[in-house]
Design a protein around this ligand. Structure first.
Ligand code: C5P
Length: 300
């Protein structure tokens, strides 16, 4: 066991109350630690060798540590220049940046690289939903770009979700990096019961959200994007370690725009959100940096 691994393992067992089977069989452990996100991630590998066979098992452990900066700014702007100018200005005051379909489609993977080069964390929100093989390849490509979070549609089913999580872990393992958090998107907040019925799903929206979250958790996903009003229901069915990322945040000082069901940053954190995705209240403010600092200050 390498220096430093034992105390970390003990801490993991103490924090999670379990996984005692890890304790006796180690022949070697490699621990890499990062506190990029507020969740401390430790990845380790152990190998057990006997005369007949050699087994190598990998695991990624996630320990919840006190939150750092939970604000992720949605860079919902059309050009790389605008995105970089915002990132430059906001980086010291926020926890990361979300790159969605508009910016990625117009500026390409290069924008991810440029923001990562500046040391900021990136949430790539492309909501992959396809056959497992295709999603695995897309997640592999995103992981190679060194993003810290990415999204897949939980409705893609268990096999697709497992393929996504495995691709993130395998690729990170090969690159010696912390795997990105693969976030499941349950029911889009733009869909209501009528819209679900139209596509053949005669179910209550909340039920469908919980159901998809359970499927995704069982497939190995560790985080979800959810509306602020779904946080408490999801917290009841998800493992305590699940990471909840929440858009639909409004401070009360700006207009609600097209967000109908909103919470303030403080309310969302109190309800159990780990990360707040905030777009217009920051990037459309007269002084985006000041707006971000004010929101951060409101959390303390
Ligand atoms: O500007 P605003 O704060 O509303 O931005 C919210 C961000 O979160 C946008 O990038 C939007 O696409 C995203 N989002 C959302 N509602 C969802 C999922 C994602 O507003 N249900």
């Amino acid at each position: 066991m390498q220096n430093g691994a034992r105390p970390l393992l003990d801490l993991f067992i103490k924090q999670t109350g379990g996984s005692g089977y890890f304790t006796d069989f180690f022949s070697k452990i490699f621990v890499t630690l990062t506190d990029d996100f507020h969740t401390l991630v430790s990845s380790f590998q152990y190998s057990v060798s006997s005369s007949e066979k050699s087994v190598s098992i990998r695991a990624h452990l996630w320990l919840n540590f006190p939150m750092r900066n939970p604000i992720i700014v949605a860079l919902d702007v059309p050009t790389a220049e605008q995105a970089l100018a915002l990132a430059e200005q906001l980086a010291p005051a926020v926890g990361g940046f979300k790159i969605g379909s508009e910016l990625f489609t117009s500026a390409g993977p290069d924008i991810v690289k440029k923001i990562r080069e500046r040391g900021a964390l990136v949430f790539l929100d492309l909501k992959f939903h396809d056959i497992p093989n295709t999603v695995a390849k897309a997640v592999t490509a995103a992981t190679k770009l060194d993003v810290q979070m990415l999204t897949v549609h939980a409705g893609g089913g268990s096999e697709m979700l497992k393929a996504a999580e495995n691709a993130a872990e395998e690729t990170s393992w090969k690159l010696g990096r912390t795997p990105p958090l693969v976030l499941g998107v349950t029911v889009l907040t733009s869909l209501d019961a009528g819209a679900l019925r139209e596509v053949g799903l005669d179910v209550n929206v909340d039920y469908q959200v919980r159901r998809l979250a359970t499927v995704a958790t069982n497939a190995g996903l560790r985080g979800f994007v959810c509306s602020p009003l779904e946080i408490s229901a999801l917290r009841k069915v998800l493992p305590a370690s699940a990471q909840l990322v929440t858009p639909g945040i409004r401070t009360g000082e700006e207009k609600a725009d097209d967000q109908k069901r909103t919470l303030t940053p403080r309310e969302a954190i109190a309800a159990g959100a780990n990360w707040l995705v905030i777009g217009r209240p920051i990037y459309a403010a007269e002084n985006p940096r000041q707006a971000a600092e004010k929101i951060l200050g409101s959390l303390n």
